[in-house]
Write a protein that binds this ligand. Structure first.
Ligand code: MN
Length: 221
């Protein structure tokens, strides 16, 4: 049996732009990640998820693409359950160094509120089109992205799919965990894992530090 073609029939029966079922791509993704050396991993694009207590709490999901962070605001945060479809509203591209930002944006400023780096790591683009990997910029343009995340909290395949807005509605996407060994229907990861992967602090702890009045010229920033 030729191993190479063994998933051909499975794939040919499904349109992976319409179903979140595994295409086999994420399994290849996992295998590919395992083979990488530390040096090769360091060259992969990064992802970051920032928990942001703005007017409404949300999680900013960001992927490095062509030197910027492509961004989506996910009100409920990511889920490990492939049955959950988490709304993901595209927001403006952010600069790469934003990935390390943790702190409090002053009230009255755009996005005022505290931010923690909830998860970070690197990702592998596993978006397939006719058996080949579609470059990220094209995948985003088409409104269908699949990535294998290697974060501290999140691992495995995640799909981002643009939903067709009704006239007058804003562009919206869905963030969906792909079905793979890292999926879980019972673990509520945003409830059980609340701390920053950078500093171990919760968003409430960061907010508290800022509640005392700040002096002008203070060196604390
Ligand atoms: Mn935000």
């Amino acid at each position: 049996m030729r191993k190479k073609d063994s998933l051909k029939i499975y794939r040919s029966k499904r349109d992976f732009e319409r179903t979140p079922e595994p295409s086999g791509a994420e399994i290849q993704g996992a295998a590919a990640v395992k083979k990488l050396t530390a040096r090769e991993k360091a060259k992969l694009p990064i992802f970051v998820i920032q928990k942001h207590a703005a007017r409404r709490l949300h999680y900013d999901f960001r992927l490095e693409v062509d030197g910027v962070l492509k961004s989506w605001a996910v009100p409920k945060g990511p889920s490990l359950n492939p049955k959950d479809r988490r709304l993901a509203v595209p927001t403006e591209d952010h600069p790469m160094d934003y990935a390390g930002f943790e702190g409090t944006i002053p009230q009255g400023e755009y996005g005022g509120g505290s931010v923690i780096v909830w998860d970070r790591g690197f990702y592998l683009n596993i978006t397939q089109k006719k058996g080949r990997i579609l470059p990220m910029d094209e995948a985003i343009e088409k409104g269908h992205v699949m990535v294998w995340l290697e974060g501290e909290k999140l691992k495995g395949g995640f799909a981002l799919a643009k939903i067709h807005p009704r006239p007058g509605e804003k562009e919206a996407w869905l963030l969906i965990k792909m079905t793979d060994p890292k999926a879980s229907a019972s673990r509520d990861i945003v409830k059980t894992k609340t701390k920053s992967v950078l500093t171990g602090r919760t968003i409430e702890e960061i907010g508290k530090n800022m509640s005392s009045p700040r002096k002008r010229g203070s060196s604390s920033r």
